[in-house]
Design a protein. Structure first.
Length: 276
């Protein structure tokens, strides 16, 4: 029973019951459950609650403080709690790239802005789908060449942090859906991310797959976990062939490695585990 002792204790106090699964730490995904028909707000903003009472909260790389979670049930009971966000220490990654991919020429500024808004529009979809409730699987397996949160130093300049996990695989490696959902973006050639595909898993949770060499799904396609959606590559701003997999909850970027088990590249070699 998901509520368990927490629900009994809340009922004894006349409060709304809320059960939380996850860690209040930067980059984490929190899944909660409340009584059906309840309303939930996080940091003062209402968030989607499923018919089964499940809801999702994503904690950004730089989330801090003690954000407030509020619940109001259909019969008027309320509950509020705050959680201190535990910080993480991020690595520094230095890369050398073509100069125009680090400081783009003025003539591509408008293109980059259009593409940024296109990707943000897909990230901000907040559908009632519940695919996020399924355990996620790796979209590709191989050597981890880049991790979430790393501060990127490109050609000696401090740039945006890395928001995904990089899996070093040869060009043409199948990329599979880590969970079910609907394809919301499928662009073959964005300036920074090259071939880019995004999947809506529901409640604002979105997967993005970057630097693809070929797209094998289109916008509107319903995909199941394990379906081949694309082939890996080195398009856009990349130093070599790999898959860059990212997860976002609306505008918050979360750590994909926290959603999957340790990787086993070779099923016969159970010792081949990557750090999380």
């Amino acid at each position: 029973m998901l509520f368990g002792i927490a629900a009994d204790a809340a009922a004894a106090k006349g409060e709304a019951a809320v059960e939380i699964k996850g860690i209040w730490r930067q980059g984490e995904l929190i899944i909660g459950q409340v009584a059906a028909g309840s309303q939930v707000a996080f940091k003062g903003k209402p968030i989607r609650v499923g018919d089964d009472g499940h809801f999702v909260i994503g904690l950004d790389r730089d989330e801090e403080g003690e954000p407030r979670l509020e619940v109001r049930t259909a019969d008027g009971r309320t509950h509020a709690e705050s959680h201190r966000i535990a910080p993480r220490t991020y690595s520094i990654q230095k890369l050398t790239l073509p100069p125009d991919k680090v400081n783009p020429p003025p003539e591509v500024t408008a293109r980059i802005e259009r593409e940024t808004q296109l990707a943000r529009k897909a990230r901000m979809i907040d559908s009632p789908r519940d695919d996020y409730e399924t355990a996620f699987a790796w979209p590709a397996t191989g050597r981890i060449s880049g991790v979430y949160g790393s501060q990127r130093i490109l050609n000696g300049e401090k740039k945006q942090p890395h928001y995904g996990v990089d899996v070093a695989v040869p060009t043409g490696t199948p990329v599979r859906a880590p969970a079910g959902g609907i394809v919301t973006l499928a662009e073959p050639d964005l300036y920074y991310t090259g071939g880019t595909l995004m999947i809506d898993h529901g409640h604002g949770l979105t997967s993005a797959f970057l630097h693809l060499s070929q797209l094998q799904a289109k916008v509107g396609d319903a995909v199941k976990q394990g379906d081949v959606i694309a082939l890996s590559g080195a398009s856009g701003r990349a130093t070599g062939p790999h898959l860059d997999w990212r997860i976002s909850w609306l505008d918050a970027r979360v750590d994909p490695q926290r959603l999957v088990p340790p990787m086993v590249a070779d099923p016969s070699d159970k010792s081949n585990k990557n750090p999380r």
